[in-house]
Ligand binder design. Structure first.
Ligand code: 4AZ
Length: 507
């Protein structure tokens, strides 16, 4: 991390690009196996939306060329029974032949036109069932099956891989409002607290991708939205799981909705935070980890659950063997880490990172054993849907990265206070000239002087909101370090939320 003092006219615009909001449950990446964390539905398969490939009716006996052809066959034509050369047409002066050929042409033309029409009809039918049909629904990711919108999140598994019943609940805003996708109203609705309990809370957290044992609890939040999601038991046995309910369009009887906390995150021991200095107290950035190979610090990372660390894809792109890495959590100095054992990694999940453009620069590391949560080791909060962080919002970066372009890693953890920079400014010609996509966020100081640098990669860019710290970015790239008009570029964590939860559910 580099911090020097220079000044430059500050640009403050609003950045609306840090989140891709969805009206419907998002599309899903292809799962690789059964997800034990998800409920296994045994409901009936609804055949209604399976491709209805009944044989097209257009081939019925409306016209049979074979049958009618004989009418046009010249009955008087000579049959050549010898090995003699058949006279060419120009030699054929027989008026009977000429007349029959004249009669044949419209016939052949008729056949060609008919075949073209039939082919056209077949093409339209295939197009309708193959493309248009799914305009009225959504295609399952793994199996190309088309499932109607009304079948998404209806508690019945219609996609063979279950895509239609995952990601049917989400947390919204910094208040952690629990929302469920109502297939009846085709929108996300707040869940009423009436009838809610901790068992349902744990199940909802588990369905999102959290472990049961990180569950904190739920609160009842005043809500009078007409979009509230009322749980109504669907079976007489009084099933007490989420799939035993469906929504009813109504306000909540109690006017209260569920705010769900799946993990105790985003809290630190707040001593004084000064931008651009050495961190002197351990619990200030308790989610910051050092990722090392052979005891060499290569990248930073952020703890999001006791098992999972977020880092940058470019950190693991050429070192993707989990066994090579060790995660050090709860330390301030690299000397301390040299004496420590650290945590081994069981799995690395990398996004579709493009090293040419730095697109999708995010990866997850799963630890072999969970981290013990203490005041020095704690998870940071993943942003919730509907949280927008706009420029010039104050944010913090931390890491053991070099303190000048091309320098060696810092021996102690550094922190810096910077600001979000909106994408339009960051994409302008003097800054990054169109290289900033929606998977990236810019933050820093356009005047230069304070920035992340080599070795800070993968580490956190955090923002405090509603008394909690949220992971808004992972350190990704930049043109040098701390240069004027070349701020740091970070992975847009809000953009990757669905991907992150999907991996946590899957593995
Ligand atoms: C790097 O090479 C790197 N100034 C990280 C951050 C920045 C530049 C380079 C941002 O890991």
């Amino acid at each position: 991390m580099q911090t020097t003092d220079t000044t430059y006219d500050n640009v403050s615009h609003v950045n609306y690009g840090f989140q891709h909001e969805e009206q419907r449950p998002p599309p899903f990446a292809p799962p690789s196996g059964i997800n034990p964390a998800l409920p296994q539905y045994h409901g009936p398969q609804n055949p209604q939306y399976v491709h209805q490939n009944s044989p097209p009716q257009y081939f019925s006996e409306r016209y049979s060329p074979a049958q009618s052809l004989h009418q046009y066959t010249p009955q008087t034509a000579p049959v050549n029974t010898h090995r003699t050369v058949t006279p060419g047409p120009y030699l054929d002066v027989n008026p009977v032949h000429k007349a029959s050929r004249r009669k044949k042409w419209p016939f052949i033309l008729g056949i060609v036109i008919t075949l073209l029409v039939v082919a056209g009809v077949i093409a339209v039918v295939l197009w309708f069932y193959g493309i248009f049909d799914c305009l009225q629904g959504r295609r399952c990711k793994t199996d190309e099956k088309c499932v109607s919108f009304s079948q998404w999140c209806d508690g019945v598994q219609d996609c063979p891989s279950g895509d239609d019943e995952t990601q049917c609940s989400r947390l919204f805003g910094s208040d952690y409002l629990l929302q469920m996708y109502s297939n009846m109203n085709q929108k996300w609705e707040n869940v009423c607290s009436d009838g809610w309990n901790d068992n349902l809370g744990m199940q909802a957290c588990e369905e999102m991708g959290y472990e049961r044992n990180t569950y904190v609890g739920y609160e009842e939040i005043y809500s009078r939205a007409s979009t509230d999601y009322m749980l109504v038991k669907t079976d007489s046995l009084g099933s007490s799981n989420l799939t035993g309910f469906h929504s009813k369009t109504s306000d909540c009887p109690s006017n209260k909705a569920v705010a769900l906390k799946c993990i105790d995150c985003g809290r630190n021991s707040e001593t004084r935070i000064v931008g651009g200095t050495m961190v002197t107290s351990k619990g200030v950035w308790p989610w910051q980890v050092s990722l090392q190979i052979s005891r060499r610090h290569l990248c930073g990372g952020s703890v999001i659950t006791p098992y999972w660390v977020v880092t940058a894809a470019h950190c693991v792109y050429e070192n993707s063997d989990a066994r090579d890495w060790t995660v050090y959590a709860g330390y301030l100095t690299r000397t301390e880490m040299q004496l420590a054992t650290g945590n081994s990694v069981s799995r690395i999940v990398m996004h579709n990172f493009d090293p040419r453009t730095n697109e999708n620069d995010i990866a997850l590391m799963k630890l072999n054993l969970p981290l013990t949560i203490t005041s020095n080791v704690r998870p940071v909060c993943l942003p919730n849907k509907g949280m927008y962080f706009t420029a010039p919002r104050e944010c913090y970066i931390t890491g053991w990265g070099s303190q000048s372009s091309g320098g060696s890693p810092s021996p102690t953890l550094q922190e810096a206070k910077i600001q979000l920079i909106d994408r339009t400014t960051c994409n302008s010609r003097p800054v990054y000239n169109g290289q900033i996509t929606e998977t990236m966020i810019c933050a820093g100081k356009l005047e230069g002087g304070v920035d992340s640098c080599q070795g800070d990669s993968g580490g956190p860019l955090v923002i405090k909101e509603n008394s909690l710290w949220w992971l808004v970015g992972d350190t990704s790239w930049g043109d040098g370090c701390a240069f004027r008009n070349k701020p740091g570029v970070y992975g847009n964590v809000t953009y990757f939320l669905d991907w992150i939860y999907e991996q946590m559910r899957r593995y």
